[in-house]
Design a protein around this ligand. Structure first.
Ligand code: TMP
Length: 164
């Protein structure tokens, strides 16, 4: 794997197409509610503070990012969402939500960084309607649903079949 060194922007950029996880817990929005347009949220990458949800004004007050960079982060996250959502649809999988990280290279260019995997996405199997059976991502581990490795393998198999 060839990689580029970046300076990580200390934000977790979460894109949500359907309500799940902390969005349901914090707002009461029902699990699986379609979010159109998708939500783009920023969380502070700081374990000691519990990765809190931030507002634009808090981000500016903290000096983490600028308005133009936040706009660029939002635009890139939405473009990535469009590409990934369509790709996963072709795999028979709903892309519920996912987390991205970005960094700047030595020229200051903003680049997608870190990983995209079933650890950082919520993926639901379109062939299953049962709330527990449809989960193909880390929620299987978080909610102790079992068959974590088998579901990750199914995600990989479907991705490999979908690749050109
Ligand atoms: P959340 O519903 O817990 O806020 O998570 C939203 C998405 O972000 C979900 O796909 C899991 C992913 N995520 C991470 O990859 N790392 C994290 O530390 C957190 C909190 C969420």
């Amino acid at each position: 794997m060839r990689v580029k060194r970046v300076e990580i922007v200390p934000l977790e950029v979460v894109v949500r197409n359907f309500a799940a996880g902390s969005l349901c817990r914090q707002t009461g929005i029902a699990l699986g509610t379609k979010l159109d347009p998708c939500l783009v949220e920023f969380y502070y990458k700081n374990d000691d503070l519990g990765d809190p949800l931030l507002t634009r004004d808090r981000i500016f007050a903290m000096g983490i990012s600028s308005a133009p960079q936040l706009d660029q982060l939002t635009e890139q996250a939405m473009r990535i969402n469009t590409i990934l959502r369509e790709f996963f649809t072709g795999c028979g999988i709903t892309l519920v939500d996912f987390k991205l990280e970005f960094g700047t290279d030595h020229t200051g260019t903003l680049l997608l960084a870190d990983e995209i995997s079933p650890d950082t996405c919520r993926l639901w199997n379109n062939a299953e309607t049962d709330e527990r059976k449809r989960v193909m991502d880390k929620d299987r581990f978080r909610q102790d649903l079992g068959s974590v490795a088998e579901n990750y393998q199914t995600v990989l198999d479907r991705i490999m079949m979908q690749l050109p």
